[in-house]
Design a protein around this ligand. Structure first.
Ligand SMILES: C[S@@+](CC[C@H](N)C(=O)[O-])C[C@H]1O[C@@H](n2cnc3c(N)ncnc32)[C@H](O)[C@@H]1O
Length: 279
């Protein structure tokens, strides 16, 4: 493997004191991709056009900052999972490892074949009959899909800046929300990730999105990073469901004395907000 030691600009902003090893850098038909490793903090991440996409902690193998495990606050034993936007597939891989003993099935939809190649090479995306990869666009997949899912993770890199971009405008359209709703089991939830700051125009965008969700889903809850001046990004996670739900203590894992999981849940819980901050 050709490892280069290089200081990369964007990553320097996140972790200025650490060097990055660039494990891969190249272009796909969709984007400029790189995989970077920071041994001091056990960070392995995939970057698109030099912006952080997703990654994992190489020691714990847990996804870096992934809200996917919010699913444990709502569902006892979810079995069918859909990931719209694969990226390095850190969340589905961690889930597969964790629930390996159960009869789960995971569908991953990713438009960029190179992204999936890198997920397999650097992020240990397993080859297994319970993981089905779909090399297609999320919008196309949803039109053809007939399956129902307990949990759908909508994580396509939808941001405020991309809201009017043709490739992303479908994300908030009625048609897409209807398709997503149709793909849910009665108890099923959607974990919908959007990147924007809760300020000025961007807040307006988030408000409109929230209003749009409320037309289709009875239950809409918000988990959000606090705005911080030095942080360039702020992510918001909406939990969408057809019924009113009870947000519980995590159904699984927290009772076990496994620090990784309890820390993860505490972090996620700390991000819970009253959705009225958006009205
Ligand atoms: C933020 S990453 C997903 C990270 C992933 N959830 C994880 O756990 O590692 C977003 C991914 O969505 C893919 N993507 C963007 N638009 C898409 C679309 N319309 N259809 C399918 N994949 C798309 C991008 O290529 C990128 O790999």
């Amino acid at each position: 493997m050709n490892w280069r030691l290089k200081i990369c600009d964007y990553h320097q902003l996140l972790f200025p004191q650490h060097h990055s090893y660039i494990l891969f850098e190249g272009d796909s038909i969709y984007q400029h991709l790189s995989v970077k490793y920071q041994p001091q903090i056990n960070f392995l991440g995939m970057f698109s056009n030099d912006k952080f996409m997703a990654g994992c902690n190489t020691k714990t193998k847990l996804p870096w900052n992934s809200p996917f495990f919010l699913v444990d606050f709502y569902l006892k034993q979810p079995k069918k999972f859909l990931f719209l936007g694969g990226g390095p597939c850190c969340a589905p891989t961690a889930l597969w490892k964790r629930d390996n003993d159960r009869s789960i099935s995971i569908d991953i939809v990713e438009q960029d074949p190179l992204v999936l190649e890198l997920a397999a090479k650097f992020f240990n995306l397993p080859k297994d009959r319970r993981i089905n990869i779909h090399h297609t666009q999320a919008q196309q997949f949803l039109i053809q899909n007939k399956k129902k899912y307990d949990a759908i993770f909508f994580d396509l890199g939808f941001t405020y800046e991309r809201r009017n971009d043709k490739k992303y405008s479908f994300c908030a359209q009625k048609f897409t929300l209807k398709q997503l709703k149709k793909a849910l089991t009665p108890q099923g939830i959607i974990i919908y990730v959007v990147i924007a700051r809760r300020q000025c125009h961007q807040k307006q965008f988030l408000c409109e999105l929230y209003q749009q969700f409320k037309k289709f889903f009875n239950y809409c809850e918000l988990y959000s990073d606090e705005p911080q001046n030095h942080k360039k990004i702020q992510s918001h996670v909406f939990i969408l469901n057809q019924k009113n739900m009870q947000n519980n203590k995590p159904f699984t894992k927290l009772s076990k004395t496994d620090d990784h999981w309890s820390n993860l849940y505490q972090e996620l819980k700390g991000k819970q907000m009253n959705a009225s901050v958006l009205t």
